[in-house]
Design a protein around this ligand. Structure first.
Ligand code: COA
Length: 323
């Protein structure tokens, strides 16, 4: 008989069994370590323990579902949203009803919280931006049968061979491009007001979180028109405690650095500034001997001009709760 227990009734060592189930079976593709599991799950302030479960068969953990919400009010679009951050049933125990039970229990708890929609991945501290297409579309079929709709696909891109960026000519750039000076309060203020004006949702939230953090290994690479910030691209370092999505799978790569998101001031769009900014960051000597990952993007042709290629494909999926 399959028994489903929610996280509130599980000890921390029991929760860590999730990492073992996952890494034993799919860790050769998507390995996550203690830091990632702590950041995305155990210490996540968005984890909803009541809606997250482990399935057991004769006391053996065989699968799990991890749910999140975002109720701080800082991102208005996220008020009605919920997420399944990670969902998995061991290959040895499938087609016995565990997946259906986990999903049903999770969704009914999220509905009780008044949520109107549920996304797969894309949560804050996400493992994935959708359903990974590595698993024979199994999960997509399973979710479609249970009311989830797909709304396109998205990609992670990787750049290993830097030949195509060697020829970038940065002698005629119209604006200045460089990393944020973290010791300048004025520059941080200018970046924050740029972000609030142009990208008031998740990207502003993420910048605020970044500015609260003392260690700040990762950074913001900025475009300046004189003193004014007119564009940004985030550069994420695996050594940081804050695990942004594009470095979640850092163990798969050679000295990985994650790039993105990227945005340009509304008054400066249509002038190819993002191209200059990408040219400039990719020319940065600090990135020379590193693998570079750009996550959660559909701009394949744009990044292919630098030599990026598709590393992974994901189907974006969501469920609208019907009252
Ligand atoms: C999708 C997934 C969770 C399903 O888990 P599962 O335990 O096999 O799910 P269930 O047993 O409840 O259902 C699977 C199928 O078996 C059927 N089934 C259930 N009990 C059964 C039984 N006793 N005998 C035969 N079939 C059975 C179900 O009806 C279902 O078929 P359907 O989808 O056509 O209705 C699992 O395949 C998985 O972990 N996939 C990878 C997940 C993933 O991609 N995670 C990363 C992104 S979050």
């Amino acid at each position: 008989m399959i028994e489903i227990k929610n996280f509130n009734n599980l000890s921390e060592p029991e929760l860590w069994q999730i990492k073992k189930i996952w890494n034993d079976e799919v860790g050769f593709i998507y390995p996550f370590d203690d830091k990632v599991f702590n950041h995305h799950v155990i210490n996540s302030k968005f984890l909803i323990k009541n809606a997250s479960f482990i399935a057991f068969l004769l006391d053996v953990p065989i699968g799990f579902i991890i749910a999140k919400t975002f109720d701080t009010g800082e991102i208005s679009a996220y008020r009605d949203r919920s997420w399944i951050s990670l969902f998995y049933v061991s290959k040895h125990y499938r087609k016995q009803g565990a997946g259906s039970l986990l999903l049903e229990k999770c969704l009914s708890e999220l509905k009780l919280l008044g949520k109107k929609e549920c996304f797969i991945g894309q949560d804050i501290g996400n493992f994935f931006p959708g359903v990974p297409c590595d698993f024979d579309a199994l999960t997509e079929n399973f979710l479609s049968k249970r009311g989830f709709k797909s709304f396109g696909c998205t990609h992670d891109l990787i750049l290993k061979n830097k030949d195509m960026i060697k020829g970038i000519d940065n002698s005629n750039f119209r604006y200045e491009y460089r990393f944020l000076n973290v010791s300048s309060d004025n520059e941080k203020k200018s970046l924050l007001s740029f972000m609030e004006r142009n990208f008031p949702g998740r990207w502003t939230y993420e910048l605020n979180e970044y500015l609260k953090n003392e260690t700040m290994f990762d950074n913001y690479y900025l475009a300046f028109d004189k003193e004014k910030v007119i564009g940004f691209v985030r550069v994420n370092e695996p050594k940081n405690e804050n695990v942004s999505y594009n470095i979640t799978w850092a163990n798969r790569f050679n000295n990985l650095v994650g790039i993105g998101p990227l945005g340009i001031d509304i008054d400066y769009r249509g002038k190819d500034i993002s191209k200059e900014m990408m040219d400039s960051i990719l020319k940065e000597s600090a990135l020379n001997n590193r693998d570079i990952l750009i996550d959660w993007t559909s701009l394949l042709a744009y990044y292919q001009q630098y030599g990026f290629e598709v590393w992974k494909v994901y189907t974006k999926m969501k469920l609208d709760f019907i009252d």
